[in-house]
Design a protein around this ligand. Structure first.
Ligand code: SAM
Length: 283
């Protein structure tokens, strides 16, 4: 590749160099298709002054596509072997852009601060088993993130972007909606990964908006309670959260919500309003 992007042969070579046997627990499925990389980078709509945060750079497939499109890339990788190899790969393939890259060896779920200028965009092919918690953690930790473009399992993409009312709407949809407006931004088949996963993937773009008025932790607590028993009406589903079904009903009515409604019909703003009602004395 003239642009330094990694194709199947380069991916095999790098993996061999490390003696790497990709692990499922870390969601190690590496992109080896330059066209997919270009499409992801295009879809991210980066500005030249963007500071990109990439989670799980792996062998560098996406990193090499992001570097020409941004001012800087901070890549957080949990696997020490991959974190150590990445600067070498970039220096070998794009020496002109190597100065833009900072590699941090860390668990993205546990990072509390990052070196360098605050990231403005998250672009990542996320490890599948922790995709939603990683996304939510980073949106909470880094208010400077203006947008996120993440590649996740197709089913998770559908959930993240689901509007209230449908079967796909659930905890990830509501929590993501706290931070921004999410939409599906394309499908990615399983064949562009090595090793090939058992499921297809989807891109989700999230544009940050102001959160609804209210307390985030309190709102997320009532969301978790509502969807733990998603087949029940909210009066029953929220009995534990409110102290009793009667207390749940009082609080639902105070928030202007029909107590027989199910959680899957409520918007994040309604959950926030419900969380803000006062607990009923003696409930
Ligand atoms: N970005 C590369 C690509 O597209 O080819 C690799 C993506 S692969 C789906 C996920 C990557 O995330 C792997 O490199 C894996 O080691 C890394 N990873 C897994 N869990 C992580 C975590 N908690 N924090 C940071 N990186 C993690």
């Amino acid at each position: 590749q003239t642009d330094g992007l990694l194709g199947p042969a380069a991916i095999r070579e790098l993996a061999q160099q490390l003696g790497l046997r990709p692990t499922k627990t870390l969601g190690q499925n590496f992109l080896h298709d330059a066209n997919t990389i270009r499409r992801i980078v295009r879809t991210a709509e980066l500005r030249p002054d963007d500071v990109v945060l990439e989670v799980g750079p792996g062998l560098g497939s996406l990193t090499l596509g992001l570097l020409p499109a941004a001012a800087a890339v901070t890549a957080v990788e949990i696997d020490p072997r991959l974190a150590a190899l990445l600067p070498e790969t970039v220096a070998a393939r794009r020496p002109d852009l190597a100065g833009r890259l900072t590699v941090v060896e860390a668990d993205a779920l546990r990072v509390r601060e990052l070196p360098g200028p605050p990231p403005t965009a998250l672009v990542a092919n996320l490890p599948y088993n922790v995709a939603v918690p990683v996304l939510l953690h980073l949106l909470e930790l880094l208010p400077t993130l203006r947008r996120a473009l993440v590649l996740v399992q197709a089913e998770v993409a559908e959930r993240l972007a689901a509007p209230p009312g449908g079967a796909a709407y659930g905890v990830p949809s509501v929590k993501a909606a706290w931070y921004g407006t999410a939409r599906r931004a394309g499908n990615v088949g399983r064949r562009v990964f090595w090793p090939e996963p058992n499921v297809d993937s989807g891109l989700v773009a999230l544009d940050r908006h102001d959160p609804p008025p209210g307390d985030r932790a309190a709102t997320f607590a009532v969301v978790d309670a509502a969807f733990a028993m998603r087949r029940k009406g909210l009066r029953a589903a929220l009995a534990g959260w409110a102290g009793s079904a009667a207390a749940a009903e009082t609080r639902l009515r105070a928030a202007g919500i029909d107590p027989s409604t199910r959680g899957e019909r409520l918007s994040v703003a309604e959950f926030a309003r419900l969380a803000g009602t006062s607990p009923v004395a003696g409930a």
